[in-house]
Design a binder for this molecule. Structure first.
Ligand SMILES: Nc1nc2c(c(=O)[nH]1)N[C@H]1C(S)=C(S)[C@@H](COP(=O)(O)O)O[C@H]1N2
Ligand SMILES: [Mo]
Length: 404
C-alpha cells in the first residue's frame, strides 16, 4: 500500500478558484462570530473598567443571534473549504533545508488554523445544544481558542493573499492557478498527469458530474439553510422553519425555559410560604415577602431574554424596579449588587448587577410575565430582568440582593 499523493485528488473542483470563493464567506462568518463573541465575553465579565452598556435593550439579542448564526453558517462552508484543499495534505515536502523549514512552518500554521476552527464550531454547536461532552469550562476555553483561530486565520489570509486576489479576479472556471498549470488528470482517470492532454480537457470544469458553479451554488444553498434553521431562534417570523432553534417559543408565556425549577431543585423553596427576599446594604437590611413586593410601585417593561446559546424571546415583564428596592436600604447611586437565588448549586445561581444596570430604570425584579404571575420555571417568586444582558445573568428565583 502506498500513501496517496497530491495527484490522486484530481477533481477540477479542488482549485483556488473554488476554495478562495468559499474562503471569503468563511472569513466573513469567522469575523462576525469573533467580533460578536468579544461582545458576549465583555457582557459576562463583570469587573471591567468600562461597564457593559445597558442600552440598547435588544443589543445582546442581536449580537448573540448573529454569533450563533455565523458559527452555524460556517459549518457547511468549512466542510467544503476543507474538501477543496484536502489534497494539499499529501504534497511532497521539498528537499532543500530552507524550503523544507518554510514548508513545515506553513503546515503547522494551517494545522493550528484547521484544528482551532473545528474546535470553535464543534464546541459552539454543542453548547447551543446544551450538550457538554467535555470537562473544561466552555466559556473560557471557547474564548481563548477564538484568539488562536482568528490569529491563524489572519496569518493564513496574509500568506495566501496573492493567490486569493488572483483567483477572485478570474473567472471561476479558470484553471490558471490549478495544480500543474491546469493540465492535471481528470476525475476518475486514476492516471498521473502527463501534461500532454489537450487544452480543452484542462479547461473543462467538470469531468465529474458537478461543475464549479454547481458546487458553489450548493454550498451557498447549504449555508442559507443553516442560517434559516438557526436564525429562527432569534427572529420570530422564522420560528416555524427553524429546526435547530428548538427552544424558541415554547415554555410558559412563549418564552423558552433554560433551566427548570425542578432541575435547579428549588420547587420547595420557591413555593414555600416562608419565602422572603432580603435586601442588604452593609448593616442596613430589609426583608420582604412576595406580598410586600406586590405592594410596592409596579412597572411594566418589554424586555428580551437572550440566551448565550443564541435563542431569544421578548416578553412584557411586571415587577419592582431594582433601584426602588436599593432605595429601601439607602444604597448609593452606582452601587454594584450581588444577586443570589434559592438555587443552591450550579454556575448561574447568582450574578452581579453592575451599577449602571442596577440603577437602570428598565431593570426589574419581575414578579409577572404577560400579566400573569411568573411561572415557577421562569423564576417565581421573582427574577431579575435587565436590558441588554445575556440570559445567564437574568437570575431566577432571587432571594437576596446585596450591595457589594
Ligand atoms: N437561578 C438561575 N437563574 C438562571 C439560570 C439558572 O440556571 N439558575 N439560567 C439562566 C439562563 S442561562 C437563561 S438563558 C435564563 C433563561 O430564562 P428563562 O428560563 O426564564 O427563559 O435564565 C437564567 N437564569
Ligand atoms: Mo442561557
Amino acid at each position: 500500500m502506498r500513501l496517496p499523493s497530491e495527484q490522486d485528488f484530481s477533481s477540477r473542483l479542488r482549485s483556488p478558484a473554488v476554495s478562495s470563493r468559499v474562503g471569503v464567506w468563511l472569513g466573513v462568518c469567522f469575523a462576525v462570530a469573533f467580533l460578536t463573541g468579544l461582545i458576549s465575553h465583555a457582557s459576562q465579565v463583570t469587573d471591567q473598567v468600562i461597564p457593559f452598556p445597558a442600552s440598547p435593550s435588544w443589543g445582546y439579542r442581536v449580537t448573540q443571534g448573529l454569533h450563533v448564526t455565523a458559527g452555524t453558517a460556517a459549518v457547511p462552508l468549512l466542510l467544503v473549504k476543507l474538501w477543496t484543499v484536502f489534497h494539499r495534505l499529501f504534497t511532497r515536502p521539498p528537499r532543500a533545508a530552507r524550503a523544507l523549514l518554510l514548508h513545515a512552518l506553513e503546515r503547522v500554521s494551517i494545522g493550528v488554523l484547521v484544528a482551532s476552527a473545528i474546535f470553535m464550531l464543534v464546541t459552539g454547536l454543542a453548547n447551543a445544544a446544551q450538550w457538554y461532552p467535555w470537562s473544561f469550562s466552555f466559556r473560557s476555553t471557547h474564548y481563548a481558542i477564538a484568539w488562536v483561530a482568528i490569529g491563524s486565520l489572519v496569518i493564513h489570509v496574509a500568506v495566501q493573499l496573492p493567490v486569493i486576489r488572483k483567483a477572485l479576479g478570474e473567472d471561476v472556471d479558470s484553471t490558471d492557478q490549478d495544480r500543474d498549470g491546469g493540465g492535471a488528470g481528470g476525475v476518475g482517470g486514476g492516471g498521473s498527469p502527463t501534461g500532454e492532454e489537450p487544452a480543452e480537457a484542462g479547461r473543462t470544469s467538470s469531468r465529474g458530474v458537478l461543475t464549479r458553479r454547481g458546487l458553489l451554488r450548493s454550498t451557498w444553498l447549504a449555508t442559507g439553510v443553516a442560517v434559516l434553521a438557526t436564525a429562527g431562534s432569534t427572529v420570530p417570523a422564522l420560528r416555524r422553519i427553524s429546526v435547530f432553534g428548538v427552544r424558541s417559543g415554547d415554555g410558559p408565556a412563549g418564552i423558552p425555559i433554560n433551566k427548570s425549577a425542578k432541575s435547579a431543585d428549588v420547587l420547595g423553596s420557591a413555593t414555600s410560604s416562608s419565602y422572603r427576599l432580603t435586601v442588604v446594604n452593609g448593616d442596613r437590611e430589609v426583608v420582604l415577602s412576595r406580598a410586600d413586593l406586590l405592594a410596592m410601585p409596579q412597572r411594566r417593561e418589554e424586555l428580551p431574554i437572550a440566551c448565550v446559546e443564541g435563542w431569544s424571546a421578548s416578553g412584557t415583564w411586571g415587577g419592582v424596579r431594582v433601584r426602588d428596592l436599593l432605595d429601601l436600604v439607602d444604597a448609593p447611586a452606582g452601587s454594584d449588587v450581588k444577586v443570589d437565588s434559592l438555587q443552591e448549586s450550579g454556575p448561574f445561581r447568582s450574578s452581579l448587577l453592575q451599577g449602571n444596570f442596577a440603577d437602570h430604570p428598565l431593570t426589574l425584579l419581575a414578579v409577572e410575565l404577560e400579566g400573569e404571575p411568573l411561572a415557577i420555571d421562569h423564576g417565581y417568586p421573582c427574577r431579575i430582568i435587565a436590558p441588554n444582558r445575556p440570559g445567564v445573568l437574568q437570575t431566577k428565583w432571587v432571594d437576596r440582593l446585596e450591595v457589594v
